[in-house]
Structures are given as C-alpha cells and as structure tokens.
Design a protein around this ligand. Structure first.
Ligand SMILES: NC(=O)c1ccc[n+]([C@@H]2O[C@H](COP(=O)([O-])OP(=O)(O)OC[C@H]3O[C@@H](n4cnc5c(N)ncnc54)[C@H](OP(=O)(O)O)[C@@H]3O)[C@@H](O)[C@H]2O)c1
Length: 146
C-alpha cells in the first residue's frame, strides 16, 4: 500500500525485498527493487534518498545513512533512530481516521489502489497468525471468514 500511495503521489520508489517479490512490487509502482539479503545492498542503493519508510524491524539504522541531509525517516516498527544531519526521524502508528479510511476505500473501489486478499475459514486463525507474525503472507491480507 505504501508503494502504491507513494507512486501515485509522483514519488520514485526504491524498495528492498526478496527477489521473489520483485515483480509484484514493480507492478505496484516500485521503480527499483533491491534484494536486502545481499549484505552489500546499502551500497547498491547508493543513497541520497529524500525519505525512507521503515517496514522491517531493525532496519532503520541501516537506512538512515542512505537519506540525504534534511530528509525524512518514518518507521512503522518503533525503531526510529536518533536524528542526524537535520533528518526528521519519527515513529508512525496506526490510528482510527474515518476520513483517511474513506479515501482509501474509494481508491480501492475505483481500482486506483490494489489490495490482494486471501480468504480463510475462521478455524485457520492460528495458522494465519503464525504466517502474519513470520512475514509469510506474500503481501496479501488474510481475511478470516466465519
Ligand atoms: N506502526 C504501526 O502502527 C504498525 C501497524 C501494523 C504493522 N506494523 C509493523 O509494520 C511492519 C510491516 O508490516 P507487514 O505486515 O508488512 O510485515 P511483513 O509481512 O513481515 O513484511 C515485512 C516485509 O519487509 C520486507 N523487507 C524489506 N526490507 C527488508 C529488510 N531489510 N529486512 C527484512 N525484511 C525486509 C520483507 O520482504 P520479503 O517478504 O520480500 O522478504 C517482508 O515481507 C511489521 O513489523 C509490523 O509489526 C506497524
């Protein structure tokens, strides 16, 4: 969702991911996809980014040097580092916001945003929980249906 929203706003997105996710992330709007399993990935990313959105725990410290002076870092994983070089460094948490949810719903209904989901029976709840916590959802939202 972050890639889609950023690309729709005209942002040139570089994403880190596993090679198996590259095609999916490019189809969502990523201009570049870098394999983070390669220990040299920060050098390959080259740096100078205006901003970084952190969506994998513990990766903010690695991303910080890749951001230009007075850029922005926003972490979804509660690990925003101490700011340096005038970079703003903040943690972001979900909060109920009817106006934003309404906008996302309209964008989804109109096909401007894509969100794939996998329906599962309610009894699959424990398995779904394991997959979500292990990061094995392949970008899909798991929906439990009674
Ligand atoms: N702040 C909040 O309010 C809030 C709310 C909900 C969730 N969260 C947190 O946000 C994070 C993202 O959620 P999610 O559901 O998208 O989690 P997820 O399914 O575990 O996805 C994280 C993805 O990060 C990718 N990744 C990219 N760079 C990485 C790197 N350098 N090291 C490790 N992984 C890397 C992995 O891609 P590949 O699969 O391609 O390897 C993985 O799929 C989670 O930690 C979650 O706890 C925060």
């Amino acid at each position: 969702m972050a890639i889609q929203l950023a690309a729709a706003a005209g942002v040139e997105v570089t994403a880190t991911a596993s090679p198996s996710a590259e095609e999916r992330l490019r189809s969502l709007g990523a201009a570049e996809v870098i394999d983070y399993h390669d220990p040299a990935w920060p050098a390959r990313a080259q740096g100078g980014f205006d901003a970084a959105l952190i969506a994998a725990p513990g990766t903010a410290v690695t991303a910080l040097p890749l951001i230009r002076d007075r850029g922005h870092l926003c972490s979804l994983t509660s690990d925003a580092p101490h700011p340096e070089r005038g970079i703003t460094s903040t943690n972001l948490y979900v909060r109920p916001d009817p106006a934003q949810l309404n906008r996302l719903t309209i964008d989804l209904a109109q096909g401007l945003l894509r969100l794939t989901h996998e329906p599962l029976p309610l009894t699959a709840g424990p398995v779904a929980f394991e997959r979500v916590t292990a990061g094995r959802t392949a970008g899909q939202k798991l929906v439990l249906i009674p």
